[in-house]
Design a protein around this ligand. Structure first.
Ligand SMILES: C[S@@+](CC[C@H](N)C(=O)[O-])C[C@H]1O[C@@H](n2cnc3c(N)ncnc32)[C@H](O)[C@@H]1O
Length: 226
């Protein structure tokens, strides 16, 4: 019984043909469906630079040579490739995704760019696929709201991070009705906090600088800055 209670509540639409809605068991948030490989073009659309300003996001996160970064839900590696040059040959980007097709496209882009420090990793619904304690920073850009098993994934992320590691979520701002993204693909700061804090993370900072998204930086509970 406890096993069933731990799973997200599933609500079936009355019409029967509509897809079932999966909700987070604590917040009640409707979990968004995973973006399929046909969404890959949207991830590399030319307007993305202006709409999301990823260069600013990367600057604010202060990547340093030698860092091990886990790009979780990396898609086709839009962020992985940008970060790879900053962490350099002494660092690494683990590009983890649940879809083999996304990883196939990512590998092609990595090869074309002749980048050697991006390591593709096949994740599952409940695991990052990474070794324990490997990452200085885990980055989830437009991904967390798609996790079908968010609590299990957060447990796995907790294990994948070093004791002083940062967990960073970049999510479209639910608080802002002018952000032109479907509701289930947006997240508010309050909901993210409500879902992450019971899983052993503490919100350290919210950066509001991006046009449409907020950057939420978490640490493991119990971490004290030196
Ligand atoms: C909207 S895309 C964002 C891709 C990339 N972060 C970017 O900003 O370009 C979301 C990605 O998360 C992946 N994803 C969803 N659930 C996942 C999980 N549990 N573990 C790893 N990847 C996941 C999907 O396969 C998809 O590639």
């Amino acid at each position: 019984m406890a096993y069933f209670l731990a799973l997200p509540a599933i609500l079936f639409a009355a019409a029967g043909n509509l897809p079932a809605q999966v909700r987070h068991p604590i917040s009640g948030r409707v979990i968004a469906p995973v973006m399929g490989a046909s969404g890959a073009d949207w991830l590399v659309r030319p307007e993305r630079e202006a709409e999301e300003n990823p260069e600013l996001a990367i600057k604010l996160l202060n990547f340093q040579p030698g860092m091990a970064v886990a790009d979780i839900g990396a898609g086709v590696g839009y962020y992985s490739l940008k970060i790879a040059s900053l962490v350099g040959h002494t660092g690494k980007v683990y590009a983890s995704d649940i879809q083999p097709e996304m990883l196939r496209m990512l590998r092609k882009r990595v090869e074309k760019a002749k980048v050697r420090n991006v390591v593709p990793v096949l994740a599952t619904e409940t695991s990052t696929g990474l070794e324990p304690g490997v990452a200085d920073l885990a980055l989830l850009v437009d991904v967390y709201h798609e996790f079908s098993r968010p609590q299990a994934m957060l447990k796995s992320l907790h294990q994948s991070l070093k004791p002083d590691g940062r967990l960073v979520l970049i999510e479209f701002r639910k608080e802002d009705p002018t952000v032109p993204i479907r509701e289930e693909h947006k997240m508010s700061v309050a909901t993210v906090k409500q879902e992450l804090e019971p899983e052993g993370f503490v919100l350290e900072k919210v950066l509001p600088d991006l046009p449409w998204q907020h950057i939420l930086i978490f640490r493991k509970a119990g971490y004290t800055s030196p």
